[in-house]
Design a binder for this molecule. Structure first.
Ligand SMILES: Cc1cc2nc3c(=O)[nH]c(=O)nc-3n(C[C@H](O)[C@H](O)[C@H](O)COP(=O)(O)O)c2cc1C
Length: 195
């Protein structure tokens, strides 16, 4: 599957999802926008190298095997994410900026994240978007409505508090668990309502 991080606040959600999927043995194609790198630096103090050495740097930071992930440059049009024929079935954009959301909803396909999302939509495969912004403008809401009608799952970065989180990690996991539920991966760690 594909995991893309863009320049909305909440880089930690993306990093946690990558970690959880790797722990489950899922191979991931990882895409990072330039703005995602800026946010990662700001929010996690994590300065990542360019794409050529990104895979080992990210896997080391997350303490996961580099055999379970591969990072691509955003103009790598020969990568599997760029074509429906590669057969990738699922994609998550987490966090998803309003800019990327708008460009996906317009079909811009101007970088590999937008192209990969466009492929998911045209192939009727699973696309999960985790948008983060507040307040939301009418443009943001219309873009989300359009993408929802096209079959994308909109899972906004809106953690609940009814499970009484005590740490930031628990708040992050709440949202990541919702994403994992929608991906249909076994997720015994998730607290179920009424469970
Ligand atoms: C620290 C920081 C936080 C940001 N938070 C958000 C946000 O929560 N939502 C959003 O849509 N954009 C946010 N932005 C702005 C985006 O990064 C900017 O619009 C960028 O062009 C998005 O590019 P991308 O979609 O290619 O990642 C933030 C930028 C920075 C530096």
């Amino acid at each position: 599957m594909i995991v893309a991080l863009t320049g909305a606040s909440g880089a930690a959600y993306g990093l946690r999802l990558i970690q959880r999927l790797a722990t489950a043995g899922i191979f991931q194609h990882i895409l990072l926008s330039d703005a995602a790198r800026v946010v990662l630096k700001q929010e996690s103090g994590l300065a990542l190298p360019d794409t050529t050495s990104l895979t080992p740097a990210l896997s080391e930071h997350l303490n996961i095997s580099d055999e379970l992930m591969r990072c691509y440059a955003l103009d790598d049009w020969f990568s599997p994410a760029a074509s429906g024929s590669a057969g990738i079935k699922k994609m998550v954009v987490i966090p998803c900026s309003m800019g990327t959301l708008a460009r996906i909803s317009s079909g811009a396909s101007d970088n590999l994240i937008e192209r990969a999302a466009d492929v998911m939509l045209k192939e009727r495969r699973q696309l999960i978007l985790v948008p983060r912004e507040t307040p939301l403008s009418t443009i943001h809401l219309e873009n989300m409505l359009k993408l929802s009608r096209l079959g994308a799952h909109i899972i906004p970065a809106m953690p609940g508090f009814y499970h009484r989180p005590r740490t930031l990690d628990e708040i992050i996991d709440f949202l990541v668990n919702r994403v994992l539920d929608h991906l249909d991966f076994p997720n015994p760690e998730a607290q179920k309502w009424g469970g």
